[in-house]
Design a protein around this ligand. Structure first.
Ligand SMILES: [Zn+2]
Length: 484
């Protein structure tokens, strides 16, 4: 394949106008001066187009697709209780269509890689396979990290605060806790069958839901699995003040990040979604261990979790990727919007700011660290040929004065005309080449209707009440606000 006569942004601040990009074996093989008009099946006319590295969505949850707009204004804990209590079960086919919808929304807007942190339903019933089949069929570079939980430490926190009537959990789980040996066996089975397939395009990661919902055995077992099998791991870390309080109650006053380090979990192969409530020591520790943070600005703002210390993390040299998070908390899968927020949220009169080249790097190369794919996120020679081709004559770019700033601050993804993943043309003239977009829309609409009819468990109102009582007790103890 040759993309002919294109303006190529190899990486932020490295624009090569009017070149032919030669793709071989799914990678950029050569970048040559444009040879003039070409024809043939293996030539894509790039004249008038801007080729940029495909964006990397480093954190989402595909099962949230049919649950958009849920609980506007709620903070994470009550929102999560509603999500888990009101979504109902997911079959393997449900997972397939949710993941395909995620891939479709991402690919159509020029995002070529996704890290899907998958939970919501008994993963033992084929959920893994549904997700991986979808990413295989869509043609996206897809990674799946399982979201296993085995203990709710926020419930322990509630008990320690003397909140009455607390049952086994604060967050109602559709899925019973999965014992660590079973979680590891299920993940390893998925690694055996899917990891590295489709020419290395598909990834199975190790994973746990979050430090506040996982035993040390599960966290350490998953980190060990990732290292034994040469993959990476993802988990949620310190998204809310309640989670920070739960960690400090559990770990003798120490932070969740310090605890992860004592367990040997922190490392360059482990990505941590959110990291909103880090202290200075946490940031130094993550930098020292080479850990990867994934910033989710839309979800953190929407759920009133707080503003992650992105500028401090970047200053410490931590790779910070960008994620949309799930479609029930963000409430879309638009990486251009997430990237723009990652730039705009971290500006104030007295602080540095996330520049557009930095924001582009966050949404490409830094996010790629979470998937562990060397070279992914640039279009250097030898890099994976994951390319978004944008029309330079439409709204986002037609009036572009400074290119990187226009991409981050002006483009919405609507300029994307063609998309290549590993050199395969998966979006052509704004349409998927491998699946029907109307089938995807119909499947999500059907799930939405079915899930609207789900009756929450009888204890659901009591769970929400316990969450609010816990938050009130925390606020009284600490003399600070825990958003409700
Ligand atoms: Zn998440």
């Amino acid at each position: 394949m040759i993309v002919a006569g294109v303006d190529l942004l190899v990486a932020p601040s490295d624009l090569r106008p009017g070149v032919d990009v030669v793709i071989e074996g799914g990678r950029v093989a050569a970048i040559e001066p444009a040879a003039g008009p070409r024809g043939g099946d293996d030539v894509l006319d790039g004249r008038g187009l801007l080729a940029v590295p495909g964006l990397v969505n480093a954190h989402t949850h595909s099962p949230e697709n049919p649950m958009r707009g849920l609980g506007d204004g709620l903070a994470l804990e009550p929102w999560l209780a509603r999500l888990m209590g009101e979504s109902g079960p997911y079959s393997e086919e449900d997972h397939y269509w949710c993941a395909l919808a995620t891939a479709a929304e991402l690919l159509l807007s020029g995002c070529t890689s996704v890290l899907d942190h998958v939970g919501m339903t008994p993963i033992r019933d084929g959920g893994f396979d549904g997700v991986m089949r979808a990413y295989r069929d869509a043609g996206i570079r897809g990674g799946m990290a399982p979201l296993f939980s085995d203990h709710d430490y926020t419930a322990d926190l509630a008990r320690s605060l003397g909140v009455s009537g607390v049952g086994e959990t604060l967050i109602p789980q559709q899925v019973p806790a999965v014992p660590t040996p079973e979680a590891i066996a299920l993940t390893e089975d998925a690694i055996d069958r899917w990891h590295g397939s489709e020419g290395g395009r598909l990834h199975v990661l190790a994973g746990a839901s979050g430090i506040q919902w996982a035993s040390e055995e599960l966290l350490m077992g998953m980190a060990d699995l990732a290292r034994r099998r040469g993959t990476t791991m993802q988990l949620h870390v310190l998204e809310t003040r309640v989670q920070d309080a739960a960690c400090r109650a559990r770990f003798g006053g120490g932070s969740g990040v310090a605890a992860l380090d004592r367990m040997g979990v922190l490392g360059p192969d482990v990505s941590m979604a959110h990291c909103v409530w880090l202290d200075d020591k946490d940031i130094a520790l993550i930098a020292e261990r080479g850990g990867v943070v994934v910033h989710n600005p839309a979800a953190n703002t929407r759920l009133r979790s707080g503003r992650a210390r992105v500028l401090d993390l970047l200053a410490a040299g931590v790779p910070v990727g960008v994620g949309t998070d799930g479609a029930a908390s963000s409430d879309d899968q638009q990486m251009w919007f997430a990237m723009r927020l990652a730039s705009l949220l971290h500006r104030g009169p007295d602080e540095a700011y996330v520049s557009s080249p930095e924001a582009l790097s966050m949404a490409t190369t830094s996010g790629a660290r979470a998937l562990g794919v060397p070279g992914l996120g640039t279009l250097d020679i030898g890099a994976p040929a994951d390319i978004a081709l944008l029309d330079r004559t439409t709204f986002g770019l037609a009036g572009a004065r400074e290119l990187e700033a226009s991409l981050v601050l002006s483009e919405t993804g609507t300029s994307v005309r063609h998309v290549l993943v590993a050199g395969d043309l998966v979006i052509k003239d704004r349409l998927p080449t491998r699946f029907s977009i109307s089938d995807v829309h119909a499947a999500i609409a059907e799930q939405r209707t079915r899930r609207l009819a789900v009756s929450p468990a009888p204890e659901h109102p009591a769970t929400l009440a316990r969450i609010e009582a816990t938050r009130a007790a925390l606020a009284a103890r600490d003399g600070r606000r825990y958003f409700a």
